[in-house]
Ligand binder design. Sequence first.
Ligand code: GLC
Length: 536
Amino acid sequence: MIYQVYLQSFADGNADGVGDVAGLRSRIGYLSGLGIDAVWITPWFRSPLRDAGYDVADYRAIHPRYGSVDEGRELIDECHAAGIRVILDIVPNHTSSDHPWFAAALNSPPGSAERARYHVRAGRDDGTSPPNDWLSVFGGPAWTRVDDGEWYLHLFDSSQPDLNWDSAEVRSEFEDILRFWFDLGVDGFRIDVATALVKAPGLPDLGYPDGAFLADLTRADHPHRDRDEVHEIYRDWRKLADSYDPPRMFAAEAWLDDPDRLSRYVRPDELHTTLNLYYLKSAWTADGMRRAIDASIAATSGVGAPTTWALSNHDVERVVTRYGRDDTRRRPGVSGPELGPVDERLGRRRARAAALLTLALPGSVYVYQGDELGLADAHVPEQARQDPIWIRSRGRRWGRDGARVPLPWTPDGGSFGFGDDGAWLPQPPGWGAHAVSSQAGDDSSFLELYRSALSLRRAHPALGGTGEVRWCEAPRDDVLVFTRDPGFGCVVNFGPAPAPIPLDGRVVLVSDHGTGEGEVPAHGAVWLDLRPEDRA
Ligand code: GLC
């Protein structure tokens, strides 16, 4: 299991209201007690933080707000001593506009080598309109004009200019950055927006009507997504990772709707895994989840790669919130009240069942910090919101702040144990009820459910292995039943009434208590040990 640390909201060690490396180091005991295998730390590099660090100004420095490279090295060593691997987040599609390369591009004339590291060019209509019709994922055009009249491309915020990956200098710089962190002991990287690096020659129009904020990603020959040439970059990165002992690893962030296209990133000579955003987006229905599981396994096993699973991350609503709605799909571009009311009690029951379903699957599971506490999205008052999505859409889209509110560690205190001086995003009243210390030792808590599931996942021979998912006959349409060899069974009930358990074995974990023997609770799940008693 890979635990995603959203650094600025995990734990604050120096009392400035922002999480940091010192805070993370002070909580390694918590992480190893949870039974994780690795941490993925979201970007900690020097940055003006206009997109929470996904706007990097210096890829070889840790932002002083978070710590120093020396502290980073100590953290890596301490994690390794605790048996935890460390995965960082590399942002290769764009730099920050504060990066020295971008400053040099703006200070150099059109056509210069400095400008060629980015996509900077003349506009249309006498230069007064952007060079093409691409839109920013965060809202508005993907182009901003500079003083001398040229325009630069940014698929995200205007403070995130896209790099030009046709440039040999860009390619060698990133290999050098990877080496810098690998040499420090980092075990791998999650690759931000891994599908977008290569753009079609000439940057042709997408041809979508105005307002299509993120155009159809399934279309063939998309001019800035999933182009075949991007794979060359990852083949080179793979060679670099394999030159280390032990070899280093990569996980791609790739929002592609087609599992087969996705699997191309994990061919044997490319990346090791992709984040499974297809599973994350699925509706919480027996049909939807089964389809997502089958498609994900088929796509990755076709190229011999492990499958990964995730229910949420820092870019989407927390799973308790999404599953508390009538429509449980992830609906990009829709936010706030447009999504409909949330029943958090129901969301929490479903999220507990989803944790058991997910942790029973073969492959690696990514857990976003706070999901193990059953946190819901917090309501962040408008004046406190910081996400560029909120800012660029002028309040039309709420953005991602609700899923990024600092963690509660204790039931009370200024910031519920997050740190000694408040929290950079306001924590709602009642946040302390979900605190780590309130849940620890309470068998009915979310945290203890995660701990038990993770410890069984290590102990049971079927769960640690690669044994396939074998679907079995279910008592109803809204129930999923599967087994894995040797001797493991999982039953998930998506419906509002308890269902009979159709497998013969001992129940070893149940998502919610209070249901009759031999039944799986409504909106619940059970794990069964199917081995004869004397072999368990
Ligand atoms: C990825 C990150 C997201 C960021 C964006 C731009 O999708 O996960 O948080 O805003 O890339 O770098």
